[in-house]
Design a protein. Structure first.
Lengths: 122, 114
């Protein structure tokens, strides 16, 4: 079955960087995209960006421009999120999800990874 | 950005009764070239990842029970659970994928058993 498995929880100090991985299985990785969404404690979902696993094209939410890099490694069907200059308010559960393309647009997110808790604290 | 507003914030419904959750977008998510509404609904249970329930505003995702249905068009949408089951306790979110520059979610509606 289609599955996304994310890397384990991380604890980082302010100013540090974090890398979260998302390994896909059960489908042809390069025919879909991967989106990243985060949920801070007690908050709703915040879309961060997407990456095409076909050609590596990316689109980042303006809020994360300059701090966020999304990449994929097609040989291992793995997507990566790199977030730099971490702040305490980056503490959140980070999710990856598969996204399909309909025409020129990425559409709904299905399935989601199990989530990775990133805690930023001094 | 397209702002998604759900109502109510929380809802308590008796087992077997109907549950209705509303979602309003700040601008239309109906794409005129294909007459499709770019709206999805997700179910989020504690300790689990979100699960896709509905896409194109009214199409059920794979394996989703038929007691879940979506309706609406343009800016006003509804998720209906026709007969509430205990396993439906969750937080429900609507999400627009019309704006490719910024996907946005509603704030969530917490559904509980009365």
């Amino acid at each position: 079955q289609v599955q996304l498995v994310q890397s384990g929880a991380e604890v980082k100090k302010p100013g540090a960087s974090v890398r979260v991985s998302c390994k896909a299985s059960g489908y042809t990785f390069s025919t879909y995209g991967i989106i990243w969404v985060r949920q801070a404690p007690g908050q709703g979902f915040e879309w961060m960006g997407w990456i095409s696993a076909y050609n590596g094209n990316t689109n980042y939410a303006q809020k994360f421009q300059g701090r966020l890099t999304l990449t994929t490694e097609t040989s291992t069907s793995t997507a990566y999120l790199d977030l730099r200059s971490l702040r305490p308010d980056d503490t959140a559960l980070y999710y990856c999800a598969r996204v399909k393309k309909d025409g020129a647009r990425w559409v709904w997110f299905d399935p989601w990874g199990q989530g990775t808790l990133v805690t930023v604290s001094s | 950005d397209i702002v998604m507003t759900q109502s109510p914030d929380s809802l308590a419904v008796s087992l077997g009764e109907r549950a209705t959750i509303n979602c309003k977008s700040s601008q239309s998510v109906l794409y005129s070239s294909n007459n499709k509404n770019y709206l999805a609904w997700y179910q989020h249970k504690p300790g689990q990842p979100p699960k896709l329930l509905i896409y194109w505003a009214s199409t059920r995702g794979s394996g989703v029970p038929d007691r879940f249905s979506g309706s609406g068009s343009g800016t006003d949408f509804t998720l209906t659970i026709s007969s509430l089951q205990a396993e439906d306790v969750a937080v429900y979110y609507c999400q627009q994928y019309y704006s490719v520059q910024m996907y946005t979610f509603g704030q969530g509606t917490k559904l509980e058993i009365k």
